[in-house]
Design a binder for this molecule. Structure first.
Ligand SMILES: [Zn+2]
Length: 491
């Protein structure tokens, strides 16, 4: 059997148990009642099957509690002056365990490692405090923490943005030569790319096994049938100079080829309003376009339009989303807050819909960084235009949020019907970088693929032919599992 985890995964969804008919109407009524107060809504949404979190920065997902616990358990020191942890117990530092006795020190670290009410600058500054611990933590330790948070909220699929094999990557970026001639630049990088892909694939494989063990699962955590299926998106820093940007992006794409089904895309990260990100945007799109052709049309998900006039002049507001799709070949857009500033916003929305480019909506992050929320958020615009969108956390540890709270914010912002809420969750898998055929014809959850018409009935069992197709398609497996989770939830 190609996927020995399949039966276990479907059994998790209780799909073999004969039971009462799934009752969507009753669930819709419960959803209506739950909106009367916040705790009831959270109780409802925490159990609600949310499918996937597609926009999640691994280090930003770590809560300060996780970081403090790890620093203490691993004998790190704390530098009260810098407000950061260190491996080096130099004069002026105290053992990390001191934070257990000193409330002021603990409060100071927790304040630095989260967004609080400090807006854009505090949000991005938090990463320096987080990474004082996170850079010491093995990848598997960090991923296990984030997977636990997901599992506790009925989320079964994650695409985590992360830096893989960081020291090899930094060496490669540092040694990168000029990029005037992209062909020559790529050729010069070839040996370093091979070395990086080997180191990255080894780290991913080790992590994949370790996280699966942590989840009590015998395969790899990246398997579609893992309790929480975890895949990776390589981060490329848009505030790097052009040679480093080009080298890192190429490295990410080389790693995708070396670790297929584990590393599924690249994305560009760091503040989009940074002077380098702004002035080198055109050059970066040109490099991505070049690499897209050279690496056989890989998956790209790009942060774009995470901007308002408070942090950006008009040019980037008007052009970044469109350029990221047209020239950057983004299959998904992160944030897309600036969409209304495009000179032809209606045309852009129609183009996103036509291309089936999904927008990863991060409501808490947009509020904290950009001060955009409620009626000022364009999620309603995307919704009215029929652009697919998915709900994501961005940096749940920094934001002190999680996917349950993001769904609660969506409910308060657009007041969706219960069936629409389910479609948002379905989008998380439909637009995930999962290989294979989809359960839905033409991305439409109203049109189930032939052979799966009964998947929403409580007594459904897959035919042998359907089982074979599920085995052959990670996307189909995840989507069938979500539909079975809905059946169980509505029972
Ligand atoms: Zn992001």
């Amino acid at each position: 059997m190609k996927h020995p985890y399949l039966l276990a995964a479907l059994a998790l969804s209780l799909c073999w148990a004969p039971a009462a008919r799934a009752d969507e109407t009753t669930a819709a009524r419960r959803f209506q009642q739950a909106q009367q107060d916040e705790p009831s809504l959270i109780a409802f949404l925490q159990r609600f099957p949310k499918g996937a979190d597609l926009h999640n920065h691994l280090n930003g997902a770590l809560y300060s509690e996780h970081l403090v616990d790890w620093a203490i358990a691993h004998g790190m020191s704390f530098d009260p002056k810098a407000g950061k942890f260190t491996r080096d117990p130099r004069p002026g530092t105290v053992p990390a365990a001191k934070l257990l006795e000193d409330d002021a020190l603990l409060a100071e670290y927790r304040r630095h490692a989260s967004a609080g009410t400090g807006g854009h600058d505090q949000f991005f500054n938090a990463f320096g405090y987080i990474s004082s611990v996170a850079r010491e933590m093995p990848l598997a330790d960090r991923v296990a923490l984030v997977a636990d948070e997901a599992r506790g909220q009925n989320v079964h699929y994650l695409e985590l943005m992360a830096t893989i094999a960081g020291s090899t990557l930094r060496k490669l970026a540092k040694g990168a030569g000029p990029v005037k001639d992209l062909d020559a630049a790529l050729k010069a990088l070839k040996p370093a790319l091979a070395e990086y892909a080997k180191a990255g694939a080894a780290e991913i494989e080790q992590t994949d096994r370790a996280v699966a063990t942590h989840l009590g699962y015998s395969g790899r955590a990246s398997d579609a049938g893992s309790p929480v299926a975890v895949r990776y998106i390589v981060q490329v820093d848009r505030t790097d100079d052009d040679p480093a940007f080009f080298a890192t992006a190429a490295a990410g794409l080389a790693l995708m080829q070396a670790a297929p089904g584990q590393v599924v895309a690249i994305n560009i990260v760091s503040p989009e309003d940074h002077p380098i990100a702004r002035t080198h945007f055109a050059a970066q799109m040109k490099m991505l376009d070049f690499l897209y052709q050279r690496f056989g049309h890989p998956n790209l998900a790009l942060h774009a339009g995470e901007l308002t006039p408070a942090c950006s002049p008009l040019g980037p507001l008007q052009s970044h989303i469109r350029q990221s799709v047209v020239q950057g070949h983004a299959l998904r857009i992160g944030h897309g807050v600036a969409v209304a500033w495009d000179p032809d916003a209606a045309g852009l929305l129609a183009e996103l819909k036509r291309r089936h480019v999904a927008v990863e909506i991060c409501l808490t992050s947009n509020d904290a960084i950009l001060g955009v929320s409620g009626a000022r958020h364009p999620v309603s615009l995307y919704r009215r235009a029929g652009v697919p969108y998915t709900i994501a956390t961005d940096d749940e540890g920094v934001s002190r949020s999680n996917l349950t709270l993001e769904y609660a914010k969506l409910v308060r912002t657009i007041h969706p019907a219960y069936t629409e809420l389910k479609d948002v969750a379905r989008n998380g898998l439909e637009y995930a970088f999962l290989a294979g055929e989809s359960l839905y014809v033409d991305h439409d959850p109203r049109r189930l693929r032939p052979g799966f018409a009964g998947v929403r009935n409580a007594a459904w069992q897959p035919s042998p032919a359907a089982t074979r197709r599920i085995q052959a398609s990670p996307k189909l497996l995840q989507e069938v599992r979500l539909e079975r989770d809905f059946v169980a939830f509505e029972r």
